[in-house]
Ligand binder design. Sequence first.
Ligand SMILES: Nc1ncnc2c1ncn2[C@@H]1O[C@H](COP(=O)(O)OP(=O)(O)OP(=O)(O)O)[C@@H](O)[C@H]1O
Length: 289
Amino acid sequence: MLFAFIVNPAAGNGYSLEIMQKLEEILKAKDTEYRIYRTERPGHGTELAVKLAADEEVTAVVSVGGDGTAGEVAAGLTGTGKPMGIIPAGTGNDFIKSAGIPNEPDKALELLLTGIAKPTDTGTVNDRFFLNVCGTGFDVTVLDYAEDEKKKHRGLTPYFLGLIKAIFHYQSIHLKITADGKEQEGEYLICSVANGRFIGGGIPICPKADIEDGKLDLVMIRSVHRWQIPFYLPGLMLSKDLKFRITKHFRASDILIEGNSLRINVDGDISPMNSVEFRINPGSLMLIR
Ligand SMILES: Nc1ncnc2c1ncn2[C@@H]1O[C@H](COP(=O)(O)OP(=O)(O)OP(=O)(O)O)[C@@H](O)[C@H]1O
């Protein structure tokens, strides 16, 4: 058994290296063979994972970082059959919450050493890979404003200020959404396409999403007046958003979202796009969980 750890030194504000040191002590005590690779730049996690997937000596490739690192490693391993592990060491760590992987690194290591690699769904957005949740709307506007505020404030303050600014400047988005051939068009507050259940460090945007059902979950929340938004936020935080009268929830394999100058969140990374096609790749990743 040889585990290859891909550590992102930038994840969790440098916390990931500290975690890896502690894990090394446990691995040595258990006489477990391991190798450590450090990512040097964005995208490097995928390059390393592609090489390690082809290395027959390696039993499993393990991401040590947050959702960004896990997504990069998963992109390199998906479709190869090589088992993947995740040690959470980022700031948000949202995907592990849907995969049943513990948030404590030592418990996640225990699961890695004793768990089973199970087929897990992944997705593609146009030609890009995604693991957790994509979408557009109010949540993306909050992230956009929070990004500006990060230059001036630390911790959760940028997100709080981002939320206030997003409410003041709120504009609904006009979308045409086609899910497995069924079309709908209208003004939306949020439209999310989910494999996992959580975004933003624990917001259960799609509480019914399942990473092994072979389907994407589409959550569409209709536009409301900007002053109504704060009344919906507690419900969103408490997994009640699917019960709002303004929410529609579907499962589909193929989803097309069309709009003008959309800002699409792909696993926490925001990109401008106009027409976006989402597909599910059922059971394509062997995830130890
Ligand atoms: N050596 C590096 N220097 C700077 N950035 C890097 C490096 N290696 C990887 N990255 C990038 O760091 C980004 C952030 O990593 P990651 O998302 O894992 O951590 P996080 O932001 O702390 O956690 P989370 O996404 O769970 O909130 C990734 O998108 C990755 O591409």
